[in-house]
Ligand binder design. Structure first.
Ligand SMILES: NC(=O)C1=CN([C@@H]2O[C@H](COP(=O)(O)OP(=O)(O)OC[C@H]3O[C@@H](n4cnc5c(N)ncnc54)[C@H](OP(=O)(O)O)[C@@H]3O)[C@@H](O)[C@H]2O)C=CC1
Ligand SMILES: C[C@H]1O[C@H](OP(=O)(O)OP(=O)(O)OC[C@H]2O[C@@H](n3cnc4c(=O)[nH]c(N)nc43)[C@H](O)[C@@H]2O)[C@@H](O)[C@@H](O)C1=O
Length: 322
């Protein structure tokens, strides 16, 4: 049984510590790897999904027994946009429960010093007070289109808290808002709104299309955070935060989906019309988070959405096969 204790550790001073970044090839995981390498960390432990399926408990236990990392950042999950969440509820609840349960439990059992779990802003009630404080959790009904994923993420937060309370295992949780940036998922149906529109506007521009369909009414509001800001917040929390409560990680700025569509259209240089498909779900009307707790600890987002959009499209042109 792990004998981890909650002594605060100086993460940033241990550049040769073995750090397992689960999901290192994804939007978030790859940004965290970039950030850790830029800070001079030399001993990252990485496994692809094909090399280590984190839903397989015995494989995860064998991996931790053999590798014994000092730190774990859980950026592996079954992730998707509103359509994917609404279409594959069983996968979103089962796979995410399996991944996080296996990783958190094995991390404790094999002596990991500190683990950070990533949830999402969708854990909060559909009609939570705005901006949403951390204590709004479990105070009302969830958004139906992603309640399965939300329940799994809430269970992850609670598991980290339970392991802190019972075992003194230093397991903390961060709740990012909607993320975007290099290495995002640009799948036409299963992605989030920003990468979905970027791809659709790009393809429309290249193909000379006169209009692009955008889902819903355009009226929902969303907060966006560049994934490099999130990676910076993850490192900050690994070094500075050992609390029981999850922390919101947001930019504090929201835009309507209509505004976002206009901004992505402009960034891509598509000059046609937008057509709104109101048969598609809008989802939560608003989910601006109150990230003041993290701000009081000393962290704030830096990358403005318009700048981030330009950088992401540049990355898209250089990396996504047409
Ligand atoms: N994207 C967003 O807007 C937001 C994301 N988050 C959270 O951030 C975290 C990362 O999300 P994001 O980077 O966007 O997701 P991605 O889908 O980009 O990355 C997820 C990673 O997890 C891996 N993975 C999935 N299933 C397994 C498995 N069974 N075993 C091993 N690896 C697996 C994937 O590998 P492969 O692709 O090969 O299957 C991929 O590398 C998640 O916890 C998510 O909830 C929170 C808020 C917003
Ligand atoms: C990130 C977080 O939040 C996610 O929920 P969401 O914010 O509702 O996800 P979304 O980005 O897919 O949609 C945002 C809005 O945008 C509109 N919209 C327009 N046109 C497209 C479009 O083409 N694709 C998508 N996906 N949405 C579109 C869409 O109708 C909706 O009103 C969870 O899935 C979950 O992943 C989670 O944790």
């Amino acid at each position: 049984m792990g004998d981890s204790n909650k002594d605060s550790c100086s993460f940033l001073s241990e550049k040769s510590a073995k750090i397992f970044v689960a999901g290192h090839r994804g939007l978030v995981g790859s940004a965290i790897v970039r950030k850790l390498l830029s800070l001079g960390f030399t001993n990252l432990l990485l496994r692809t999904h094909a090399e280590l399926d984190l839903t397989r408990q015995s494989d995860v236990e064998s991996f931790f027994a053999a590798e014994k990392p000092s730190y774990v950042i859980v950026a592996a999950a079954k992730v998707g946009g509103i359509h994917a969440n609404n279409t594959y509820p069983a996968e979103f609840i089962a796979i995410n429960l399996q991944i996080q349960t296996n990783v958190i439990d094995s991390a404790f059992r094999y002596g990991v010093k500190k683990l950070l779990f990533l949830g999402s802003s969708c854990i909060y009630p559909k009609f939570a007070p705005q901006p949403i404080p951390e204590n709004a959790l479990l105070t009302g009904p969830l958004e139906p289109t992603n309640e399965w994923y939300a329940i799994a993420k809430i269970a992850g937060i609670k598991m980290c808290q339970a392991y802190q309370i019972q075992y003194k295992f230093n397991a903390i949780s961060g709740m990012p808002t909607n993320l975007y940036g290099p290495n995002d998922n640009f799948h036409p149906e299963n992605s989030h709104v920003l990468p979905a529109l970027m791809r659709r506007f790009h393809e429309a521009k290249v193909n000379g299309a006169k209009e692009v369909v955008v889902w819903g009414t355009g009226s929902p509001l969303r907060e966006f955070l560049h994934v490099d800001d999130l990676a910076d917040a993850v490192v900050f929390m690994m070094d500075e935060y050992d609390g029981l409560e999850h922390l919101n990680v947001g930019s504090g700025k929201e835009v309507s989906i209509k505004e976002l569509a206009e901004w992505v259209k402009e960034a891509v240089g598509f000059e046609g019309e937008l057509v709104w498909d109101s048969s598609k779900p809008d989802g939560t009307p608003r989910k601006l988070m109150d990230s003041s707790k993290l701000a009081r600890l000393g962290w704030r987002a830096k990358i403005e959405l318009r700048d981030g959009l330009a950088d992401t499209y540049k990355w898209y042109l250089e990396n996504v096969k047409q």
